[in-house]
Write a protein that binds this ligand. Structure first.
Ligand code: PLP
Length: 443
C-alpha cells in the first residue's frame, strides 16, 4: 500500500491538529502516534509495515475480525439506495425495521423493542431518561437514584460518565445528582485477607441491598452494571455475585440495567452476558459488537413490562439524528448474519474460548502474575510484586503501562488498567493465533 505521506509527516500533522480521546498527550507528542493503515482478520498493520496481533478487537468491538467484504458491501449497497433517513416523526426504513426484529429474536424473551442510538454512551444517556420516565409515569417521581459501581465504565457523555465509576472522569467537574456507586466485585484487589472469592462475592453483592435500605427503596430507580466490568480491568465476578444481585433486583422495586456494550454479541460465550450469568435485566444496553465496529451504532433493548408503561405515558421526547442510521443498521445485519452463519457464539463457548483460557491460565504460574482470569474471549493478567500477599506496586499503573508498551512493540495489542493487562481478541481468533497471543503475552 502506498501512503500519501511518510510516517513522520503523518505524525507531525496528527500532533498539530488532532486532540485525542483518552491519551497521555505528553507521551503521545514525545513519541508520535502509531498510525494504523490496514487490518485483516486479527492483524493490524501500521504505516511502517509492522504487524500487530490485535488482542483488543480495536476497542472491544471487532468481534467478527477485520476485512469482512460482506459488511463493506452491505454498507455500500445501503449508501447507494438510501444513505440517510431518520426514524423520527412516524417514519422508518427497512434496515431499522429488519434490525429491530433481528434483535428481538436474538435477545432474551422479555425483550421485543429496541431504541436505537449511535453509541454506547448515547445508549446509557437514553437509559437515564427511560428509567426516570418510567417511574414518573408510574407516579413515583421520587424514585430517581441510579446505583452503579466503582470503576464501572458506561461511556463518556456527561450522563454516561456520571453513571460510570471512573474517578478521573468524575474529577472533571461535571457531576449530575442522583447516581450512587457501590463496590466492584474485584476479589484480587479488594477482598479482605483470608476472605474467599465466594465470601467476597456475596458481601459485595449485598452492598446493593444495604445501599437500597440506607437510601430507601422508594428513592431507588435502577441498578446498572456490566456483566463483566471491562474498562475497569476485566473483573470477572466470583460465582456467588450475580445470583445474589439477581435476587436483590427481583425482590426490590427497582429496574435492572445490564450494560452489554462489551459483553454482548458473543463475548462471554452466549449472545449476551446476562445469559451467561443468569440475570434478568429490564433494560439491555448494546453497541460495539452489534456492527463489529464497522459502523457506529448502539441501542437499548427495553423489556415488555417497561415498554407497556412507557407506551401508556405517551411521547418519549428523546432521540438522535443517527438513531437507527440505515447504513449502520445494514452493517449490523450483515455482521449478525456472519455471526450466525459461522456460529461464532458457539465457537466462543465450545472451541476457541476454552482453548484460549487453558493457555492463558498458565500465565498465572509466572512469579509476577497474581491472577489470570478469562471468561469467553475476555481476560486479564494482574501484575504484582507479591503474589501471596496480593500486594500492588508502589506506583500504581507504572508497571502496567510499561508492560503494555513493551507488548505493543513486541506485536501484541493489550490494554493496561492500573497494573492489570487486559485482552478481548476477535471471536475469530484461530488456535494458532491463540498460541501466538499467549506466547507474546508471556514475553
Ligand atoms: N458501556 C460500556 C460497558 C463500555 O465498555 C463502553 C465503551 O467502552 C461504553 C458503554 C461506551 O460506549 P461508546 O464508546 O460507544 O460510547
Amino acid at each position: 500500500m502506498t501512503l500519501p505521506k511518510t510516517t513522520a509527516e503523518l505524525r507531525a500533522l496528527d500532533a498539530a491538529h488532532h486532540l485525542h480521546p483518552f491519551s497521555d498527550t505528553k507521551a503521545l507528542n514525545a513519541e508520535g502516534s502509531r498510525v494504523i493503515v490496514k487490518a485483516d482478520g486479527v492483524w493490524l498493520t501500521d504505516s511502517d509495515g509492522n504487524r500487530y496481533l490485535d488482542g483488543m478487537s480495536g476497542l472491544w468491538c471487532v468481534n467478527v475480525g477485520y476485512g469482512r467484504e460482506e459488511i463493506a458491501d452491505a454498507v455500500s449497497k445501503q449508501l447507494r439506495e438510501l444513505p440517510y433517513y431518520n426514524t423520527f416523526f412516524k417514519t422508518t426504513h427497512t434496515p431499522a425495521i429488519e434490525l429491530a426484529a433481528k434483535l428481538a429474536e436474538l435477545t432474551p424473551p422479555q425483550f421485543n423493542r429496541v431504541f436505537f442510538t449511535g453509541s454506547g454512551s448515547e445508549s446509557n444517556d437514553t437509559v437515564i431518561r427511560l428509567v426516570r420516565r418510567y417511574w414518573d409515569i408510574k407516579e413515583k417521581p421520587e424514585k430517581k437514584v441510579i446505583i452503579s459501581r466503582r470503576n464501572a465504565y458506561h461511556g463518556s457523555t456527561v450522563g454516561a460518565a456520571n453513571l460510570g465509576g471512573m474517578a478521573p472522569m468524575h474529577a472533571q467537574n461535571v457531576a449530575i445528582p442522583g447516581v450512587v456507586h457501590i463496590a466492584q466485585p474485584y476479589w484480587w484487589g479488594e477482598a479482605r485477607q483470608g476472605e474467599t472469592p465466594d465470601e467476597f462475592g456475596l458481601r459485595t453483592a449485598q452492598a446493593l441491598e444495604a445501599t437500597i435500605d440506607a437510601l430507601g427503596e422508594d428513592r431507588i430507580a435502577a441498578f446498572i452494571a456490566e456483566p463483566i466490568q471491562g474498562a475497569g480491568g476485566v473483573i470477572v465476578p466470583p460465582a456467588t455475585y450475580w445470583p445474589e444481585i439477581a435476587r436483590i433486583c427481583r425482590e426490590r422495586d427497582i429496574l435492572f440495567v445490564s450494560d452489554e456494550v462489551i459483553c454482548g454479541f458473543g463475548r462471554t460465550g452466549k449472545w449476551f452476558g446476562c445469559e451467561t450469568f443468569g440475570t434478568h435485566p429490564d433494560l439491555l444496553v448494546m453497541a460495539k459488537g452489534i456492527t463489529s465496529g464497522y459502523m457506529p451504532l448502539g441501542g437499548v433493548m427495553v423489556a415488555d413490562r417497561v415498554v407497556d408503561v412507557l407506551l401508556e405515558g405517551g411521547d418519549f421526547n428523546h432521540g438522535y439524528t443517527y438513531s437507527g442510521h440505515p447504513a449502520a443498521c445494514a452493517a449490523a445485519l450483515a455482521n449478525l448474519a456472519i455471526m450466525q452463519r459461522e456460529k461464532l457464539v458457539e465457537r466462543v463457548a465450545d472451541d476457541i474460548g476454552p482453548y484460549l483460557k487453558a493457555r492463558w491460565s498458565t500465565l498465572a504460574e509466572h512469579p509476577l502474575v497474581g491472577e489470570a482470569p478469562m471468561l469467553g474471549m475476555v481476560g486479564a493478567l494482574e501484575l504484582t510484586p507479591d503474589k501471596a500477599g496480593r500486594r500492588k506496586f508502589p506506583e500504581v499503573g507504572k508497571v502496567g503501562t510499561l508492560a503494555r508498551d513493551f507488548s505493543f512493540k513486541n506485536g501484541l495489542v493489550m490494554r493496561a488498567v492500573r497494573d492489570r493487562l487486559i485482552i478481548a481478541p476477535p471471536l475469530v481468533l484461530s488456535h494458532g493465533e491463540a498460541d501466538e497471543l499467549v506466547a507474546r503475552a508471556r514475553k
